[in-house]
Design a protein. Structure first.
Length: 79
């Protein structure tokens, strides 16, 4: 299989909330943010650190700009 590079620290500032909404030419995918987070987690070393910044408030989507993470969606993102 393919060997993937891993990192001790990953920094994500205002990124995941845009994935899967099509605004930047990416395919429409309601779980695009969750899939991107899983891919990020695979690149993080076991004791690595993810520095994450996403909008926090009540769960919402500002179509087609970004998601806002509340209790439900944030929990899914961080699983």
């Amino acid at each position: 299989g393919e060997t993937r590079e891993t990192f001790e620290i990953i920094l994500s500032l205002s990124s995941f909330e845009h994935d899967g909404l099509g605004r930047y030419g990416d395919p429409m995918d309601p779980d695009g943010d969750l899939k991107a987070m899983r891919e990020c987690a695979q690149m993080l070393q076991p004791e690595g650190l993810l520095l994450l910044a996403v909008p926090i408030a009540a769960d919402a989507i500002v179509w087609n700009q970004h998601r806002i993470y509340g209790r439900r969606r944030l929990r899914l993102l961080l699983q």
